[in-house]
Write a protein of this length. Structure first.
Length: 132
């Protein structure tokens, strides 16, 4: 005889399975108007955004989720698959080395909510001002 395992529940309290909802996200990087119109804006756009690091940090705690870089160097869209619905802080960082060898650091941060099967978010990178 094989054992038969039945779900535990009663007629007034049925067994329910809670499925965790998740969706996919596309994050499109672009330059802020200030950076775009600057002396190095065109060069940064030409170099592309593939070297950027884009991540989601859950607002309720937990590990940050790094998004997948685009396969093409000049592409601007990063991808995340199966991201649990919820509130996140989206962070993007990119360093660009200009022709005169100076490093230009760009960053952006945005509060977002993933609540649909497919989300698309555009983030504008701005120059990071060194403190101190």
């Amino acid at each position: 005889l094989k054992e038969l395992v039945l779900p535990f529940g009663t007629s007034s309290q049925p067994t329910t399975t809670q499925s965790i909802q998740s969706g996919d996200i596309e994050v499109v990087l672009d330059l802020s108007e200030t950076v775009s119109k600057s002396e190095y804006g065109a060069a940064i756009a030409e170099a592309g955004f593939n070297a950027a690091i884009v991540s989601l940090e859950p607002k309720n705690g937990g590990d940050a989720i790094q998004l997948i870089n685009p396969p093409d160097d000049q592409a601007d869209t990063f991808f995340g698959k199966g991201i649990t619905y919820g509130l996140y802080t989206l962070q993007a960082q990119l360093s660009y080395q200009s022709d005169n060898q100076s490093i230009i650091n760009l960053a952006a941060s945005k509060e977002i909510e993933i609540k649909n099967n497919q989300e698309t978010v555009t983030v504008l990178l701005d120059k990071v001002i060194a403190e101190g």
